[in-house]
Design a protein around this ligand. Structure first.
Ligand code: HAM
Length: 417
């Protein structure tokens, strides 16, 4: 039996990969404008990084990590997300020694052992940013705006930004108690997941899709915020208003990772069945010290690229097409074939997209192939023409043919690029 790809993974084939390149190029260009610089960290890390960083009681760490022992008996995990590894690299390479804020971005695969469905994979890809070293609420707003602008620039429509403040660990401890008191009378009637979250991670209960209707009148975290949290949240909103980034306050938004403080946000869009979250992030002021560095604040987001492509497709958005073939070269006869190989090399050296046939197919078949490849020109060289130092150039759109001196051939095509 032939071997197949692991469940929950995808092959990104030529024809589809151009869409990925478009997303990645747009992300890179946008980040350059916002002065975020690229960082690349390993796809596997010591397991402890994630249990300490993402949180021992989160679904991600409890159930979804690809964890294995390497040959040196060290527990390693494939990264389920990007933030923990970047914070580790920030601490390990002492990037915080730099005078200004470190604004970083990344794209790459993440791994979570989840039940696959549309928009949910075991290997998926994120575009993310992390800005470390400042508590300035304008940085929270900048990060939210950057993500929002990314969606806009790739042509995604109707993205909603939801924001909340999840306060500080102290604020949350208070709130957790109030929430447990509220839930206690009907705790046993909640779904199985919520029952197990009641002690471990009660804030996540409010996120539950099954029990949502039972939460009317539940206490809200926003009511428990202290003065400093409130001031920060107000400032973030003010900056978003000034930038005219539309947002909605969702007091139940808690996120699935433990490191958040103050701002938490999600980007939502319809089009992938039951899933509507296409990206998320927030501020994480305790994470750097938790991972072993100087106490440095941070804020960032992660956007799922597969989900973006699914929503784009459901909205019927056409992505820009990759460059077509400039010229297909056909050599008739051995000497002409040899000349074609040389011309092909010269064309490509000059930045022209050029191709030939490698299977000695008939001229008619080659013409058809060139047409399918959307070649702008076909150049035909026979032995007679070769002797005269000429080549025939045919414009595929009009069918017009002309004779060009071989010596001018590259120059002529360059002029028509
Ligand atoms: P997250 O909410 O766990 O946050 O993931 C961010 C995004 O990754 C999701 O909104 C979704 O688009 C995509 N995603 C997550 N799991 C899957 C999956 N199984 N299949 C497909 N797409 C998925 C984080 O990962 C944080 N590190 C974000 C962050 C950065 N916070 C601060 N900085």
């Amino acid at each position: 039996m032939s071997i197949q790809k692991p469940k929950g993974t995808q092959d990104i084939l030529p024809g589809a990969v151009e869409k990925w390149q478009f997303l990645e190029n747009t992300a890179r260009e946008l980040c350059t404008r916002y002065r975020y610089r690229e960082i690349r960290t390993p796809v596997f890390e010591n397991t402890e990084l994630f249990s300490r960083g993402v949180g021992e009681t989160t679904d991600i760490v409890e159930k979804e990590m690809y964890t294995f022992f390497d040959k040196g008996d060290r527990s390693m995990s494939l990264r389920p997300e990007g933030t923990a590894g970047i914070v580790r690299a920030y601490v390990e390479n002492k990037i915080y020694g730099e005078p200004d804020v470190s604004k970083l971005f990344y794209t790459g695969p993440m791994f979570r052992y989840e039940q696959p469905q549309a928009g949910r994979y075991r290997q998926f890809h994120q575009f993310g940013v992390e800005a470390l070293g400042s508590e300035d609420p304008s940085l929270d707003a900048e990060v939210i705006a950057l993500g929002y602008t990314f969606y806009k620039e790739i042509g995604l429509k109707d993205v909603t930004v939801e924001i909340n403040s999840v306060g500080t660990p102290e604020v949350r401890a208070n709130y957790k108690q109030r929430l447990q008191d509220f839930l206690a009378p009907f705790k046993d009637e909640l779904c199985k997941d919520c029952q197990s979250r009641y002690e471990r991670n009660p804030l996540r209960i409010l996120d539950c899709k099954v029990d949502q209707k039972r939460f009317d009148g539940a206490p809200e975290l926003l009511d428990d915020l202290d003065e400093a949290c409130r001031t920060h949240f107000e400032a973030v909103k003010r900056h978003l208003d000034a930038m005219e980034i539309p947002y909605r306050i969702n007091p139940r938004l808690v996120r699935g990772l433990d490191y958040y403080t103050h701002t938490a946000f999600e980007y939502k869009a319809a089009g992938i069945g039951a899933i509507d979250t296409i990206g998320g992030g927030g501020r994480y002021n305790g994470l750097v010290s938790q991972i072993g560095g100087q106490d440095q604040p941070g804020v960032g987001f992660g956007l799922g690229l597969e989900r973006i492509l699914l929503v784009l497709e459901s909205q019927g958005v056409e992505l820009p097409k990759p460059p077509v073939l400039d010229v297909h070269l056909i050599g008739l006869g051995e000497a002409a074939e040899n000349e074609i190989v040389k011309q092909l090399y010269r064309l490509r050296s000059e930045g022209i997209l050029a191709e030939k046939d490698y299977q000695s197919r008939k001229m008619k078949t080659q013409m058809k192939a060139a047409d399918r490849a959307e070649a702008r020109f076909v150049a035909i060289l026979g032995d007679d023409e070769l002797e005269r130092g000429e080549i025939t150039l045919k414009a595929m759109a009009t069918g017009e043919q002309e004779t060009v001196a071989l010596a001018d051939f590259v120059g002529v095509l360059k002029a028509r690029k």
